[in-house]
Design a protein. Structure first.
Length: 155
């Protein structure tokens, strides 16, 4: 920090002229300089440094936790998608079997060798197989949406 000033005493010029002769001068410049050098700051700087290091370490740990959570979500989504695909394939096979069984029961009934109860049972089995196929497809789409979200393709 610095400061300077110039002073002149006009009201007393006649006296100033007399004083100048005696060596006392009321005119002049004044300059000052102040330098501050902290020798001890009460350990504030060291505490601030330690706090910053702790925050950095906590952020690093938080990043690790987020990475683990993302990996867990992606792995879980892949497992769910794989299971859903297997369920869709199994429900398709079950639907094909139920359709074939229904066709066979109808032919047997039309030829006079079956009863009405067999047709009703075959229709119930076919309806259940269709319901299972629809549920399997819904599960597959849910698992696919979970996988897309876990991999960041959809929010």
């Amino acid at each position: 920090m610095y400061d300077w000033a110039w002073t002149k005493n006009r009201a007393w010029e006649s006296q100033a002229d007399n004083m100048r002769m005696r060596g006392d001068n009321s005119e002049g410049y004044s300059v000052g300089v102040v330098v501050t050098l902290p020798l001890f700051d009460g350990l504030l700087r060291e505490n601030a440094l330690n706090t910053a290091k702790a925050r950095l370490e906590r952020a690093g740990q938080g990043e690790g936790l987020v990475r683990q959570q993302i990996a867990k979500d992606v792995n879980q989504a892949v497992l769910m998608l794989t299971a859903a695909e297997t369920g869709v394939e199994a429900s398709r096979k079950g639907l094909e079997q139920a359709e074939e069984e229904s066709r066979v029961v109808k032919e047997r009934f039309e030829s006079g060798r079956g009863i009405q109860l067999e047709i009703l049972d075959a229709q119930v089995a076919l309806t259940r197989a269709r319901f299972n196929a629809v549920n399997a497809l819904a599960d597959h789409h849910s698992a696919l949406a979970m996988w897309l979200r876990a991999t960041g393709r959809v929010r």
